[in-house]
Design a protein around this ligand. Structure first.
Ligand code: SAM
Length: 302
């Protein structure tokens, strides 16, 4: 990377961090700092599969982070600090998207943004800090309820909302043509049907809307995917419920680009980022287009 690119990323990061710093206990609206901290800390490391709807005979096949509560992104609340499994990704991702693609830091202001798979809300709060009207969705109930708690505690109800849904459930008419930006980092490789997910998100955008997607992937020229599946994990242990993995398809940049094209996107750009060793993608919905339904796992899709 050139020196000037590094300086731009550093400046962007500092700007985003400064905005994210609005979310300190000093700025709580509807709860005392002590009650806020007690509630958050009471969640950490709790093990609760029942709340997610898993039966006891299904447990050994489930993701650890669906069962055991792990904090997602680093957050310095001022009176206490949490280190998350995702580190500072919420900051780095935005700085990277803005550096790699034709999107500016000011482009999030007043935009309707769909934040997919937000974990404990680091990405949601960051997008809100940039002035976005954010609707987040998260398939794990315990994290969605944390994000709801953060929204209420910081008094963000007028422009931030969360629902506990899988992306596959965001396919009904009320999602269609609704968003200006879909923010989709860190999720697509966790999905068994990446093309369907992209089509659902394509449908959720209004014309002119933009998809920002990031994924674990492979650095390969050809449009290939690596398949890991859920028996492969890269860190931690199964017993301690602290492992990282459960990846289905890990695309190369051109494979991700082809999936996006299949889903209907235009003006597609995909790149391999050597710094994070991940794939980044940008695409626009320039017009309504159909999709080939042969073999698609859901047939009643627009
Ligand atoms: C690796 S984390 C990424 C968090 C954040 N988006 C980021 O990029 O830093 C993946 C998140 O997506 C959620 N997730 C996985 N599959 C999902 C699905 N089908 N629908 C909605 N959320 C999902 C997980 O529960 C988890 O919170």
């Amino acid at each position: 990377m050139t020196n000037s690119k590094e300086i731009i990323i550093m400046k962007l990061r500092n700007y985003i961090i400064q905005k994210f710093n609005n979310f300190k206990t000093l700025n709580l609206k509807n709860i005392t700092a002590i009650a806020f901290k007690d509630h958050i800390l009471s969640q950490l490391s709790t093990v609760d599969a029942e709340i997610e709807g898993y039966r006891s005979n299904e447990l050994e096949w489930q993701r650890d982070l669906s069962i055991k509560y792990h904090w997602g992104h680093n957050h310095d609340f001022g009176t206490f600090r949490l280190d998350g499994r995702m580190g500072d990704r919420h900051i780095d991702l935005l700085a990277n998207f803005i550096t790699f693609f034709p999107i500016d830091i000011t482009d999030f202001r007043d935009k309707n943004i769909f934040d997919i798979g937000c974990w404990t809300g680091g990405t949601t709060l960051t997008l809100a800090a940039l002035g976005g009207k954010v609707h987040a969705t998260e398939e794990v109930k315990k994290y969605a309820s944390t994000v709801d708690f953060l929204i209420r505690s910081f008094g963000l109800e007028s422009h931030v909302s969360i629902e506990n849904k899988s992306i596959y459930e965001c396919n009904s008419l009320d999602y269609h043509d609704r968003f200006d930006i879909v923010y989709f980092p860190g999720v697509i490789y966790h999905l068994s049907d990446p093309v369907l997910s992209l089509r659902i998100l394509f449908n959720s955008l209004s014309i002119g809307g933009v998809l920002l997607v990031e994924s674990a992937g492979i650095d390969h020229e050809e449009p290939y995917c690596r398949f890991d599946g859920n028996f492969v994990y890269h860190t931690g242990t199964r017993e301690e419920l602290n492992r990282g993995g459960w990846n289905w398809f890990l695309p190369s940049p051109s494979a991700l680009g082809r999936m996006m094209k299949e889903a209907g996107f235009d003006e597609i750009e995909t790149i391999w980022d050597e710094g994070s060793k991940r794939v980044y993608g940008y695409g626009k919905k320039t017009k309504e287009v159909g999709i080939c339904k042969a073999g698609l796992s859901v047939s009643d899709i627009k």
